[in-house]
Design a protein around this ligand. Structure first.
Ligand code: AGP
Length: 614
């Protein structure tokens, strides 16, 4: 959600900013803008909609008109005020001396705006960001130094912010500051770049500095200096970035989503590497820092997440309750934070977030931490905000996920939950007779995932036939109810087709009224568990109402062909591990349907990759 880039150096400033913004598009946005500094002037260009609209505006300018020695850029996902040019960033102070871009939300902006209005300031936009620009402009008039003005106004801001600021009167420097919103500084050679996420930096440098909360950095062409709000110097901690360019390239795939679906077997392979050495040896999970004794004593687990991560958490609950026997609740973070919950120091809270920037999940973790719970964070971004509140961080190591629709991060989260549940059971000394065969099967999962992917062409054909339907019902039972929910979410997100998931047994308690020949029912059927026959019965009930039946199954029973119109077969797998395989056909179905319908697969409308507002 929103993206920031700032650049100072000898390269073409406009190009660096636009490339940087392009690499951040995946986070979701609905307007964009840049401010270019040239010889005591700040020129601002903005456009609503796709980045191409801004690019077209810039392309129409002469080289002279867009000449710049530094600049800041932004893509905005509207929160305060709709997606208009006036509301788009950068924003200027009322006298035009200061230009800023901002990620995050200033919670007390109304109060601050009122104060400024009382002083005679007149605002142009509805944004909280413009208030910050005016505030810095106001303070600058008093102190005549951009860094000091920023240091003075920061304590007045409540909320989350990553700010990138330029001043007409102070050429040659960009001032940046952050709190609870990501901001990274890329240290180049005779050039420096700042951004809200690493993809925008990767083509300039691999040396980076992570800014901590309320540290103010003065970024010049040849230097970066950091101070706290009191002016105390902070040493630069330059780190080597591990992410390769490949991670943010499509590598020949038509969309990032397809590339990311195909990356899953290798991600799982890498995650398993070194964890399961021998099926009879306890699993190695050194990142779990809670002492074995404390883990043994735990009587309760709470899993908190949103969206796809929540579905992974729901599967985690089945695993922990089945293998460890410890009561486990799963709750959307957005519900957890607004009720009187009973988390306490005896609770283990597992927060799952791909981005590590989801505001609801971060707030939930903070609240749980305040109540004394032990916090494990499962994330794909160990450098993200949420990890600040973690006692243990489990990095799912899926590599940067660019497509808004989560795929590879989901299977990586799942695998991490399988590993954790086994580890937990081993520490508790329970289910020990079952664990060797589960471990053995886990090791076979990457090859089986590859087998599922090898039927992609067949799934694509089936998807084409299904793309004419407007409504779907997804059903599942047990460990595959969350799989069905995830399948339905994927379809909704990227094809805008209505798909609702229900526990298969619930169909007859209401949703069955919806069914007719225009409403296909998609199920997951894994033999070897009582739920198999029960789910088939539920499908029969749907068929009796005229619904077309589609199933994803590991059964090779030919009889199924009599009942089902479409069968997608996956390799033989136990019920417990089946979510790792069954989700892939769901991802592919959603992908191909969206592609057939000509939708924007990687950047679906209204969605953002990381949702940084509650
Ligand atoms: C996934 O396809 C979605 N875009 C969305 O539901 C996502 O999973 C949710 O917003 C949570 O994000 P997080 O994992 O980064 O916290």
């Amino acid at each position: 959600m929103c993206g920031i880039v700032g650049y100072i150096g000898d390269s073409n400033v406009e190009k660096v900013l636009m490339q940087g913004l392009d690499s951040l598009k995946y986070r979701g946005y609905d307007s964009a803008g840049v401010a270019l500094y040239d010889n005591g002037n700040i020129k601002v260009f903005k456009a609503v909609g796709k980045l191409e609209n801004l690019q077209n505006k810039l392309s129409a300018l002469s080289d002279d008109e867009k000449r710049a020695s530094m600049g800041i850029g932004h893509i905005r996902w509207a929160t305060h005020g709709s997606a208009t040019e006036v509301n788009a960033h950068p924003h200027l102070s009322m006298d035009g001396n200061i230009a800023i871009v901002h990620n995050g939300i200033i919670e007390n902006y109304k109060e601050l705006k009122g104060e400024l209005e009382a002083k005679g300031y007149v605002f142009k936009s509805q944004t909280d960001t413009e208030v910050v620009a005016y505030l810095i402009g106001d303070e600058y008039k008093k102190v005549g130094n951009l860094k000091v003005a920023v240091q003075h106004i920061i304590p007045r801001l409540k909320g989350a912010y990553a700010l990138c600021i330029m001043c007409k009167d102070e050429g040659g420097k960009i001032v940046v500051v952050r709190k609870n919103a990501p901001l990274v500084i890329g240290i180049g050679n005779g050039e420096n770049i700042v951004a809200s996420d690493i993809p925008a930096i990767i083509s300039t440098t691999s040396n980076i500095v992570y800014l901590n909360d309320d540290e103010v950095a003065v970024v010049k062409k040849d230097s970066v200096e950091i101070e706290d709000l009191n002016g105390n110097k902070i040493p630069l901690n330059i780190q080597k970035m591990s992410i390769e360019m490949d991670a943010i390239s499509k590598m020949g795939y038509k969309h990032y989503m397809l590339k990311e679906i195909y990356e899953q077997p290798n991600i799982v392979r890498n995650l398993l590497c070194g964890r399961i050495t021998n099926v009879n040896t306890p699993i190695s999970l050194d990142e779990v820092k809670i002492s074995r004794d404390a883990l043994k004593q735990l009587s309760r687990v709470q899993i908190i997440a949103c969206g796809t991560s929540l579905h992974a958490g729901q599967i985690g609950r089945y695993l922990i309750e089945d293998l460890v026997g410890v009561a486990t609740e799963v709750e959307p973070a957005s519900e957890y934070i607004y009720r009187k919950n009973t988390t306490d120091k005896n609770s283990l809270v597992i927060a799952i977030s791909q981005s590590g920037e989801t505001a609801d999940t971060i707030t939930a973790v903070r609240q749980a931490r305040e109540k004394g719970a032990y916090i494990i964070v499962i994330t794909n971004r160990p450098d993200s905000n949420i990890t600040r509140y973690a006692d243990s961080i489990l990095n799912v190591n899926a590599g940067i996920e660019v497509s808004v629709a989560a795929t590879k991060s989901y299977t990586a989260q799942l695998l991490t939950l399988y590993l954790f549940a086994i580890y937990f059971a081993e520490v508790k000394g329970v289910s020990l007779d079952r664990l060797p065969s589960i471990k053995e099967e886990l090791v076979s999962i990457p090859v089986k995932m590859e087998e599922v992917l090898s039927s992609d062409a067949d799934i694509e054909k089936k998807a084409e036939a299904l793309s004419k339907y407007q409504n779907f019902v997804y059903i599942g039972r047990g460990v595959n109810l969350p799989t069905a929910m995830e399948g339905a979410l994927k379809l909704k997100e990227i094809s805008y087709i209505n798909a609702n998931a229900y526990p298969a047994g619930e169909l007859k308690h209401g949703p069955i009224a919806l069914l007719d020949e225009n409403m296909p029912v998609v199920s997951v059927l894994i033999p070897g568990h009582i739920s198999y026959d029960k789910t088939i019965s539920n499908c029969e009930e749907a068929r009796a109402r005229g619904a077309k039946l589609i199933t994803i199954t590991s059964s090779d029973d030919k009889e199924l062909e009599k009942l089902f119109d479409v069968i997608i077969r996956i390799p033989v797998v136990s019920d417990m591990l089946s979510p790792l395989l069954a989700v892939i056909p769901f991802q592919l179905l959603a992908y191909h349907i969206s592609n057939f319908l000509g939708k924007d697969v990687d950047q679906p409308r209204n969605l953002a990759k990381s949702v940084t507002v509650e």
